[in-house]
Design a protein around this ligand. Structure first.
Ligand SMILES: [Cu+2]
Length: 176
């Protein structure tokens, strides 16, 4: 009986310690995310210097909602994709099968995303890429026809729907 209460008390204490740790973790995460916000004020000119790789490396924090994918290894080719109102332009229209690194560069004034579609199915995406920001993703692609698109659909306060894909934010991409 005594032993039982002792164990319960230990369990409760362990639980509290766990909560305390979680609290600390959350506080830490908030601090980190504040730090991550700093590039919002980076002037366009800094990014236009073309150092997109450095910018991507400065923010390696993965999106916690992203589907984990196995590391495809080093890229065979890098494709730069410019996102803008209202277009998606890739530096290459076709590549050979293999590991492709897409570097999305949002040169527009609105938040966009880069979604890689095959047969209308979403393979992978860079979500919520803020204006004047650059982010990359690497994926192994087999032969086929793909579409690079932004699928953001905004509903304005007056009810107007802005469909980025519908306004032209898509481009064909082929692996052959
Ligand atoms: Cu968009």
């Amino acid at each position: 009986m005594l032993l039982h209460s002792f164990n319960t008390s230990q369990l409760v204490r362990a639980g509290l310690a766990g909560l305390a740790l979680i609290g600390t973790g959350l506080l830490g995460a908030c601090g980190d995310s504040d730090d991550d916000d700093w590039p919002e004020g980076v002037p366009t000119s800094a990014l236009m210097a073309g150092d997109e790789e450095a910018d991507a490396e400065a923010h390696p924090t993965p999106d916690p909602n992203a589907t984990p994918t196995p590391d495809p290894g080093p890229p065979d080719v890098t494709v730069k994709v410019e996102l803008n109102e209202w277009s998606v332009k890739s530096s290459a229209k076709t590549v050979k099968p293999g590991v492709v690194r897409f570097v999305a560069d949002n040169i527009g004034d609105e938040t966009h995303e880069l979604v890689i579609l095959k047969d209308s199915e979403e393979l992978v995406e860079i979500e919520g890429l803020a204006a004047k920001h650059v982010e990359g993703l690497t994926i192994e692609l087999e032969k086929g026809k793909y579409v690079l698109a932004c699928l953001i659909v905004e509903v304005k306060p007056d009810g107007t729907i802005v469909n980025h894909y519908g306004k032209g934010m898509k481009t064909n991409f082929e692996v052959k």
